[in-house]
Write a protein that binds this ligand. Structure first.
Ligand code: CTP
Length: 407
């Protein structure tokens, strides 16, 4: 599980978004974390400690005078035990308190007392849009970030007050993803990763076309893992209905030609290209502008095909790749003789690393097994979730590029 062995202090300050913190707590526990909830007096106006205790399975801390600790110093113990402190929701007032180093109640006190170098502080702001936009809040947020806190974003949309705009707390699943990302080593910091993912759709006429079974899951997992590792990520996605990983720039395309155009446009900024897409090898030579109708004789329409440009090969042969500024990784889905086909394909495409897998065992699944093929030979991975394999692949890429001292 993504947060196994992690101990998270979940702090709640006052705000209507406290109702989402119950779900967040549940998700953190489900992801393997132990969660210690700390609530301010204002937070208790919105949700009860009973709810948070039931979900975290630990008594909630509410006061700096809590006598449970033998030395009566919960502000010291709670911070030192934590792998991270997450304040969600973090109100405008609580942000101001953190900036000023106030310490007259337990939550701000324990944030001030935390070992800054070892225990990260993440804050998920939540407030009315005018409060969010106010220069005082923006000034405080900038100062909080300068003081070493990780200021997470806010959502945009209808607010409990009836207004619409920026300032909603991120959804629990988004906060979970951000926290998990924060815990990953920043192996690709400073890199720009371009990923192609999913199938392509090659039109026969306005109604029909040719596509394949690729779900896009592996490519989306690679995009997420690269983002978690600190890279800027551009994801060129064929027709799939998967949610965009947090912080990833997504370009949706349909056909192989559109995918080529989008990848070529992004390539000049990229330092890594991972081609996971199952690009159609051929497209109908002349798609019909109108729906092709049966003529009643049983005759088949005559379809001619032309070969699509190989996106991976095109970028692998670019000046950028040949001068070592673009590290290219290909994928190969095979049905048999995986090692032999993967080795031959890596050489044919002229790329440093090719990832082989057995197509029918991978398409649409949440887990997979990979064969990493480079100039030194072939190395199988364990069978694991696509996200775990994507993180492994990111580490393999960073190692081969000789970058990314783990943090
Ligand atoms: N690829 C690409 N553009 C294409 C075709 C493939 O970028 N027009 C990339 C895929 O994203 C993948 C790799 O090339 O990274 C797959 O290579 P390919 O030779 O197309 O694999 P197969 O389709 O499996 O080849 P074959 O039909 O020869 O087995």
């Amino acid at each position: 599980m993504d947060l196994s062995g992690k101990h998270i202090v979940l702090g709640l300050s006052g705000g209507i978004a406290c109702y989402k913190s119950a779900e967040l707590c549940r998700l953190l526990v489900k992801a393997g974390a132990t969660v210690q909830v700390v609530m301010t007096e204002a937070a208790e106006q919105f949700i009860t400690p009973v709810t948070m205790q039931a979900l975290s399975q630990r008594p909630v801390y509410r006061s700096q005078w809590d006598a449970r600790e033998p030395d009566n110093m919960p502000h010291i113990k709670l911070g030192r035990e934590a792998d991270a402190i997450l304040i969600a929701p973090c109100s405008a007032d609580f942000i101001a308190r953190l900036v000023q180093g106030r310490s007259d109640e337990l939550l701000s006190l324990l944030c001030l007392a935390r070992p800054v170098a070892r225990v990260p502080l993440l804050v998920a702001p939540a407030m009315n849009r005018e409060m969010w936009l106010h220069p005082a809040t923006q000034r405080n947020l900038a100062q909080l970030a300068a003081d070493g806190a990780v200021v997470l974003g806010v959502g945009n949309g209808p607010q409990a007050c009836g207004e619409t705009g920026d300032g909603r707390m991120l959804e629990p699943a988004e906060l979970l993803e951000d926290l998990i990302a924060h815990c990953q080593p920043k192996l690709l910091a400073g890199q720009h990763v371009l990923v192609t993912a999913g199938p392509t759709f090659e039109a026969i006429d306005p109604i029909r076309g040719i596509t394949n079974h690729s779900s896009g899951k592996m490519g989306f997992a690679v995009a997420r893992a690269a983002r978690e590792a600190g890279a800027e990520v551009t994801l060129v996605a064929g027709p799939v209905s998967l949610p965009t990983p947090r912080g990833v720039r997504r370009v949706d395309v349909q056909s192989a030609r559109q995918m080529l155009d989008a990848a070529t446009a992004a390539a000049p900024q990229a330092t890594v290209f991972v081609a996971t897409a199952a690009v159609a090898d051929w497209r109908p030579a002349a798609p019909s502008a109108q729906k092709i109708k049966k003529d009643g004789t049983g005759a088949m329409p005559a379809l001619e095909f032309v070969e699509n440009t190989d996106i991976l090969q095109t970028l692998a042969q670019s000046e950028r790749a040949r001068s070592g500024r673009l590290f290219c990784v290909g994928f190969a889905a095979e049905s048999h003789d995986l090692a032999a086909h993967a080795k031959a394909k890596r050489e044919r495409k002229g790329i440093p690393l090719l990832v082989g897998n057995i197509g029918p065992a991978a398409f649409g699944q949440d887990d997979n097994q990979l064969l990493l093929v480079d100039a030194g030979g072939a190395q199988p991975t364990e069978r694991a979730s696509k996200l775990a394999l994507a993180r492994r692949l990111v580490a393999e890429i960073a190692r081969r590029m000789d970058i990314g001292a783990a943090t």
